[in-house]
Design a protein around this ligand. Structure first.
Ligand code: HEC
Ligand code: HEC
Length: 197
């Protein structure tokens, strides 16, 4: 939880935007209707933003604007946002108490792939980039999003998207390479495990 995480990590998540102005902009822009007042979404297909890295949210909004990431609703929602709007809205959601799963995390197949990957098939451990509990991080210019506690149906849809090449906006195509090697059962197991963290 945000309060237990230490000011340094929370500060890194929020970035340079203004969370107070961001709250107003998220209200005016209707973001909170779908993504939740505190960034915990109203529908399992819609991602949580609570405690997500603002820099990651900004990157995704820019990618929706440029067409590097495509989605019918979000392309329209992102259309008129300025760079300052994105930073402020990102800061607001990042400042909320970080998303939490139901603690289940009991899926053995998902857990093993998450923690260890599969060396023989060149699948790296998800934890090596997204953190042991999936709470993300920043290394240099690369932002590893929070995925632990994210909505299960959303997680599955993104992994399928990376696998089929419908989503291709990760740096160097890293997530496409990883997801291409995963079977549908492994994707299901990973989504189940990660959503519980
Ligand atoms: C009508 C519902 C709806 C509204 C309103 C909406 N969103 Fe979304 N948003 C979605 C859905 C659905 C997705 C998942 C897109 C996908 O599956 O690729 C999404 C995805 C996102 C993502 C990517 C998150 C990630 O983890 O990669 C960001 C960032 C985002 N929305 C920000 C916003 C902002 C900012 C606003 C307000 C300006 C907004 N959204 C308004 C439904 C909505
Ligand atoms: C080498 C580093 C690396 C590894 C290993 C890695 N990821 Fe990622 N992942 C990323 C990066 C970077 C992004 C952000 C992509 C972007 O900017 O759009 C990402 C994005 C994602 C997303 C999208 C999150 C969202 O909110 O839309 C999911 C889901 C995901 N990864 C799951 C996994 C799973 C499951 C594994 C293990 C099988 C894994 N990742 C392994 C680097 C990695």
């Amino acid at each position: 939880m945000a309060a237990e995480e230490g000011a340094e990590i929370v500060g890194q998540r929020i970035g340079s935007g203004n969370p107070v102005i961001g709250k107003e902009k998220a209200e005016a822009g209707r973001c909170r209707e779908c993504h939740g007042a505190d960034g915990n979404s109203s529908d399992a297909k819609i991602p949580n933003h609570a405690g997500q890295y603002a820099a990651y949210l900004v990157k995704q909004l820019s990618d929706f604007q440029s067409g590097a990431r495509r989605h019918e609703i979000m392309t329209i929602m992102a259309e008129d946002l300025s760079a300052a709007d994105m930073a402020d809205i990102g800061a607001y959601f990042a400042s909320r108490e970080i998303m939490q799963g139901d603690g289940a995390g009991a899926n053995a197949l998902g857990r093993n792939l998450f923690d260890n990957g599969d060396q023989g098939r060149d699948i790296p451990a998800c934890a090596s980039c997204h953190g042991t509990r999936g709470k993300g991080g920043i290394a240099g210019n690369v932002i590893y999003p929070v995925i632990g506690g994210q909505r299960k149906i959303y997680l599955r849809s993104q992994l399928v998207g990376w696998k089929l090449g419908d989503r291709k906006n990760s740096p160097g195509g890293v997530m496409n390479k990883i997801a291409e090697s995963l079977s549908d059962d492994e994707i299901e197991a990973l989504a189940d495990y990660i959503s519980g963290l």
